[in-house]
Design a protein around this ligand. Structure first.
Ligand SMILES: *Cc1c(COP(=O)(O)O)cnc(C)c1O
Length: 522
């Protein structure tokens, strides 16, 4: 197939519905085009170089022996290609992103401005430490804020995401158990847990066992107590949990776990619902990761960097990993590493990363914390919870809301597709939301609710924005309950129609193909 950069096609037939097609395949400002490697030729470049004179190579065997096959494009061609692709995507800067569990909130531009200051953006981890005192101070100050907000004893700043933080916490727990000569093999995880929890426990070498939920969507305390014993190393609990519910028995859970000689790991990904309101340290938690990129707003969701510092109780803090940024009495900052940990931190289990963690994320999180202040952070939690309850109460008459009876939710509201007719299910409602200009909610998670729809509006949405979203969901839910089969074709207005996501994942087609008529955007 020969194509030009915008996917020109020689004929312009009408589609199945008899609507005129464009010659280019483009639809107004939404452009169709093949992949970069199909547009660009490997034997040309976007820049005209003069012929190379004959020369003898001085790099010997390191000289390239075969072509690198990069597509040769000019800068505008490459920039436009990626900009066009990005326009087919949805982003937090375009609209509400109701993905439950993900906390997709607005990222204040102030954070970005601060993170781009050359003193933060242009530093290198191997630079002499006396030249990056400001960056080390940011790590140290953020660490103190996190300790203050959580009421914990120590914090490991270096883990690079929530899941990485989970691993760090479990490695601390293992080191603490080994230090007392206690070999325990089992980690208990509630059924509603995020998939990373059992995956982390297994990765850390533990056997994972589930703890059941009770009818109110909380951990079944009696079942947990019955299972605790000398083989249990830790319990991993998410609070607020992934049904958007607070675990009111948290202190009783911690007490029981400690009495059995085990540790409490808390998945703190949902900390935005309780920040400034509850200190995990007061609930008896031993280790908890904080997703800076969720609670403290730093951008994520498009594969951008994350950061998952882990706060640690007094019992676990001695085992936390190296390095960390310490402040010395003369006011200077220094990384405590293997060579200078000495008497100060001799029991560290090791290190999680090559350098110090995600400086850009630290800077953004600290800017967010300082610009909100203590009162502002408390309001973050209150508004996140208020918005989620507004969604819950505005939709519970049209959508099944399994835990609505048991009181208010926290920062996310859970619904199910119970009551949909004509074989329609959660995915049909979610895909129809795309046509209405919204990113779908989290679907089929947590697993404890059949056909789950988990909606987290976050605190950065206005009432007017929520009302638009609620109106769209209400209208689609009514159609789903009436068995409207046209929902099965949704989305109809997106650049692509409904995709076979399983097939796409299992048998990806890595070249451009013109959309089938039925797949073309309407
Ligand atoms: C996001 C999330 C995680 C994993 O965090 P990452 O930063 O994506 O690794 C773990 N648990 C819960 C409940 C989450 O929402």
């Amino acid at each position: 197939m020969t194509v030009n950069p915008s996917g020109w096609r020689p004929s312009a037939p009408a589609n199945e519905q008899g609507e005129a097609q464009t010659v280019t395949g483009n639809r107004a400002l939404m452009l169709e085009e093949p992949l970069l490697f199909e547009i660009g030729k490997t034997d040309q470049t976007g820049v005209d170089f003069a012929e190379m004179p004959e020369r003898s190579s001085r790099i010997g065997s390191l000289e390239r022996s075969k072509p690198i096959d990069l597509a040769g494009l000019s800068e505008p061609e490459a920039v436009r290609h990626y900009t066009r692709l990005s326009r087919q995507n949805y982003a937090i800067d375009l609209g509400l992103f109701p993905l439950g569990s993900c906390t997709m909130k607005h990222n204040p531009r102030l954070n970005e401005k601060v993170a781009r200051l050359p003193g933060f953006a242009d530093v290198h981890p191997l630079q002499p430490q006396e030249t990056v005192q400001g960056a080390l101070q940011v790590i140290n100050e953020l660490a103190f804020w996190l300790l203050d907000l959580t009421g914990m004893h120590g914090v490991a700043m270096s883990p690079k995401a929530g899941a990485h933080g989970e691993l760090c916490g479990l490695l601390c727990i293992r080191a603490a158990l080994e230090a007392r000569g206690d070999k325990r093999e089992v980690v208990l995880v509630p059924e509603s847990a995020h998939g990373t929890n059992p995956a982390t426990a297994a990765f850390a070498g533990y056997r994972v066992e589930n703890i059941p939920a009770n009818a109110a969507g909380r951990v079944d305390l009696d079942a947990l107590k019955a299972r605790l014993g000398p083989d249990v190393a830790a319990v991993m609990i998410t609070n607020p949990n992934t049904c958007g519910l607070f675990e009111p028995d948290m202190k009783a859970i911690s007490d029981a776990v400690h009495a059995a000689g085990a540790f409490v790991y808390c998945d703190g990904a949902n900390f935005n619902a309780i920040v400034g309101k509850v200190r995990p340290g007061d609930l008896g938690i031993d280790a908890m990761h904080i997703n800076l990129h969720k609670t403290f707003s730093t951008p994520h969701g498009g594969g951008g960097p994350g950061s998952g510092p882990v706060v640690l109780s007094e019992a676990l803090a001695p085992y936390g990993p190296l390095p960390f940024a310490a402040k010395y009495p003369d006011g200077s900052y220094k990384m405590v590493e293997e060579e200078n940990a000495g008497d100060e931190h001799p029991n560290a289990f090791g290190r999680m990363v090559a350098f110090h963690g995600q400086t850009g994320m630290f800077t953004r999180a600290l800017a967010y914390i300082l610009s909100h202040g203590a009162d502002g952070l408390k309001q973050v939690a209150e508004d996140a919870v208020l918005n989620a309850n507004y969604v819950l109460r505005s939709l519970e008459d049209v959508l099944d809301a399994p835990f609505a009876e048991s009181g208010p939710c926290m920062h996310e509201a859970i619904f199910s597709d119970k009551g949909f007719a004509g074989g329609l299910s959660t995915i049909d409602l979610a895909k129809a939301l795309i046509d209405e200009g919204f990113h779908p909610m989290t679907m089929y998670f947590p697993l404890v609710v059949h056909g789950a729809m988990l909606i987290e509006p976050t605190e950065t949405e206005s009432k007017a924005g929520l009302d638009q979203f609620i109106a769209a969901v209400r209208a689609i839910a009514e159609r789903a309950k009436a068995g409207d089969q046209s929902l099965k074709g949704a989305p109809v207005h997106a650049p692509r129609r409904r995709l076979d996501e399983t097939l796409a994942a299992r048998k990806p087609i890595l070249t451009y193909r013109e959309p089938e008529p039925a797949q073309a955007a309407e």
